[in-house]
Design a binder for this molecule. Structure first.
Ligand code: FAD
Length: 400
């Protein structure tokens, strides 16, 4: 019997095993994960779960009965190594599990802040359910809260923490890596209106304290009082296993357009995979639910004999200080932007172009624009500036 072994029981690992069964795969399916309990989704950890408006069961991707019904073996443990010659993996407890196809879905881990005091009690991060539980408990009795990092996770944490916080960002704008300046400026204003302090162009040089953190020292030498510091400075892909097994690693496990490594038995998907992205025209690693889910489906199709090169449109969403931002496409290399809609009313979209071709649409509180953008990119991967200008950058009109 053919065995598919998936390492990492997060968003993409779960989807891979579910899609294999959806496609009628009748072999053995094993999902190994090192976090406790059934697989769960991460987005609510910095939103409703953090705010206390969603419970544990709303995090779960499926209940235990699903895995029994679908005959998916859930193995609790951490994979320590891959033996490619013998086609098996070894868990830390010595258990060996063999495979015909191996899917690496090991995700990413939080980047640490390389400054003195970063290991003081009261300095926390957010990636797992355990992290979110710790943060919720700490928020209950923290006076001054400082968030280091103005990316998606830091800003969502600030938005759902239920109190004003100070956000410290080293770059000169929020969401620097992932959004246009128009969107960065809008969200900086929104977070300030919501009562947060936003400090831009300020690095953190040290954290000070005694039995716990007390102050954050900024690059200009000033100090902020802090009882809770949340480090949200991005992630690094979890590639330890792949590298030790001699697979190519370069900002993620390197895979081809079928998400396969140079070893034809081994795939990599989700946050840990560096793949040739059609839309970016370059090797890319994405951190999103869409990417995790669609790459898992792509690999399940390849394993069940229907391989298609991976070409799904990247899209993303985030909820911050009462606004919903949705992004379709990839911003890399944008050289022209157009704002459509009513920015003052907080309902608008930013259209980004590269060489007069539309490459991304960021929509703030305009879900219809987001859906239209996704349809547009699917119907025509290269919509042109002149054609969109003719419909006054109204995406829905343009689709008609
Ligand atoms: P993960 O879901 O991280 O799963 C990887 C799993 O592998 C983990 O459980 C890990 O412990 C396990 N693992 C690693 N190594 C081993 C090993 N050796 N043995 C066994 N198990 C191992 N995306 C969006 O699109 N929208 C959002 O709003 C959004 N919000 C987010 C909020 C938070 C707080 C976080 C952390 C992420 C958010 N994301 C969001 C990103 C999204 O959750 C990730 O892109 C997605 O989870 C990636 O799925 P994955 O399967 O690649 O990795």
């Amino acid at each position: 019997m053919t065995t598919v072994l998936v390492v990492g029981a997060g968003q993409s690992g779960f989807q891979a095993v579910a899609s294999l069964r959806d496609r009628g795969f009748e072999g053995r399916v094993v999902l190994v994960g090192d976090e406790p309990g059934v697989p769960y989704q991460r987005p609510p950890l910095s939103k409703a779960y953090l705010a206390g408006t969603a419970g544990l069961e709303q995090l779960h991707l499926r209940g235990e009965d699903f895995f029994a019904e679908k005959d998916i073996e859930l193995v609790a443990g951490r994979v320590a190594s891959i033996d490619r010659e013998a086609s098996l993996v070894r868990l830390e407890d010595g258990t060996e599990l063999d495979y015909d196809h191996l899917v690496l879905a090991t995700g990413a881990r939080n980047r640490t802040l390389p400054v003195p005091g970063a290991d003081l009690p009261g300095v926390l991060t957010l990636r797992t359910r355990d992290d979110a539980d710790r943060l919720r408990a700490s928020l209950a009795d923290a006076g001054n809260v400082v968030v280091v990092g103005g990316g998606f996770i830091g800003l969502e944490f600030a938005s759902h923490a239920g109190r004003p916080v100070t956000i410290v960002e080293a770059q000169d704008r929020l969401l620097n890596r992932v959004a246009t300046p128009e969107i960065s400026a809008y969200f900086a204003a929104l977070h300030r209106e919501a009562g947060h302090t936003v400090l831009l162009g300020q690095g953190v040089s040290a954290l000070h304290g005694d039995s716990r953190v007390r102050e954050v020292e900024l690059s200009d030498g000033s100090r902020l009082p802090a009882d809770l510091v949340v480090i949200a400075v991005g992630v690094v892909p979890e590639t330890t296993l792949a590298a030790a097994a001699g697979l190519a690693v370069d900002n993620g496990v390197v895979v081809d357009e079928h998400l396969r490594t140079a070893d034809e038995k081994i795939f990599a998907i989700g946050d840990c995979a560096n793949f040739p992205c059609v839309q970016a025209g370059a090797a890319t690693r994405l951190e999103s639910v869409q990417n995790a889910v669609d790459q898992a489906r792509c690999v399940a199709a390849a394993i069940t004999g229907a391989p298609e090169p991976y070409a799904s449109l990247p899209w993303f969403w985030t909820d911050q200080s009462g606004a919903k931002l949705q992004i379709a496409g990839i911003l890399a290399g944008a050289d022209r932007t157009v704002v459509a809609g009513d920015q003052a009313a907080g309902k608008f979209s930013v259209l980004s172009f590269r060489d007069d071709v539309l490459i991304a649409v960021e929509s703030v509180n305009r879900p219809a624009d987001h859906i239209a953008a996704r349809r547009l990119f699917t119907a025509d991967p290269h919509p042109r500036y002149a054609d969109l200008a003719a419909s006054e950058f109204n995406l829905k009109e343009h689709l008609k």
